[in-house]
Design a protein around this ligand. Structure first.
Ligand SMILES: C[S@@+](CC[C@H](N)C(=O)[O-])C[C@H]1O[C@@H](n2cnc3c(N)ncnc32)[C@H](O)[C@@H]1O
Length: 311
């Protein structure tokens, strides 16, 4: 008796897959393995899946159901309408970080310098550095990371997207002695070592170095903010992403490091997620010290039974 291999229909595979993982993830896995567009997937549910591809699909589906991020399974992720190569050597880019880039671009648009030197500290896959380079023609962007495997992914992304970014290995500012920037952007590891979320959905698969400082969650931010003024031009700006409960602590760190106009922004979920501050220019320093002098004078004059002029 002749036997025929049974070809599974796409619609049947999707039905089973959607009972195990999110429907969007199931659809994206199918598009990736079958090499079809979203329109083809919707219009041709009767497409047959040959046994080899079905095996690949089933294996990826099982990994997704175990919590492995979709980006690692398909090898890419979208960020600000571009496709970036993503491997387990880098953090999967988050939607909040797209907003961080938006704030960085707003700050650059306020700057009057014809060429703005921009630094992305802890560049990972390069999503921040590359997006800024492609969206701000006046930006000359440098990205650094301590992970050489992450840097390889960042360089590959810059080459594919034709983004003029220089990337090099550095433990935060260690390889940047004497260099100053108009804008420093950082999305450092900010999850505390004892945060139970580190063992949660998906994070177990991401590089630990990208997620946690192995301390209280603020140690990388502390080190970066402390050193940043020495690497900023006069009037330069520091901008970072942080945990949703770290806003107040980060503003204090910025103020302690001498930043002025310290501010924070909410992300689209309503969490305090980004903070930044400016290095004072000479005129602003003079204004700040004049304000301080006036305040000191006013409080002196307010004291009873004292001469009305400073000694
Ligand atoms: C939260 S990830 C951000 C990655 C990428 N910028 C993004 O937003 O998707 C933090 C990055 O900081 C890097 N990193 C951790 N410690 C570092 C250090 N001491 N010096 C430089 N980079 C570091 C990690 O390798 C990782 O790529």
């Amino acid at each position: 008796m002749r036997r025929f291999a049974v070809t599974l229909l796409l619609s049947d595979w999707l039905k089973t897959a959607c009972s195990e993982v999110d429907a969007l993830d199931a659809r994206l896995l199918a598009q990736h393995v079958l090499g079809i567009s979203r329109a083809e997937l919707i219009c041709r549910p009767e497409t047959g899946i040959d046994p080899t591809r079905q095996e690949i699909l089933d294996r990826l589906l099982a990994r997704r159901a175990q919590g492995e991020p979709l980006a690692y399974l398909v090898g890419e992720a979208r960020f600000r309408a571009r496709t970036f190569k993503i491997t387990p050597d880098v953090l999967v880019p988050r939607p909040e970080t797209e907003e961080l880039v938006g704030h960085a671009i707003n700050k650059l648009s306020e700057s009057l310098v014809p060429v703005a030197n921009v630094l992305d500290l802890g560049c990972g896959s390069g999503v921040i550095a590359i997006s800024i380079a492609l969206e701000c023609p006046q930006a000359k962007v440098t990205g650094v990371d301590s992970s050489i495997t992450a840097l390889a992914v960042a360089r590959a992304n810059a080459a594919t997207l034709a983004a003029p970014v220089e990337f090099f290995e550095s433990d935060w500012f260690s390889a940047l002695a004497g260099r100053r920037f108009h804008l420093i952007v950082a999305n450092p590891p900010y999850i505390a070592a004892d945060d139970h979320n580190l063992a949660g959905d998906g994070l177990l698969f991401e590089p630990r170095l990208a997620l946690t400082d192995e301390g209280d969650g603020l140690s990388c931010l502390r080190a970066i903010i402390h050193a940043a003024p020495c690497h900023l031009e006069s009037g330069g700006y520091f901008l970072c992403e942080h945990g949703h409960e770290q806003g107040e602590a980060v503003r204090l760190l910025l103020a302690d490091a001498g930043f002025i106009k310290v501010e924070s922004w909410l992300d689209l979920s309503g969490n305090e997620r980004f903070s930044g501050g400016k290095v004072a220019q000479c005129a602003e320093l003079e204004e700040a010290s004049e304000n301080f002098r006036q305040e000191a004078l006013a409080s002196w004059q307010a004291r009873p039974c004292l001469p009305k002029t400073l000694p």
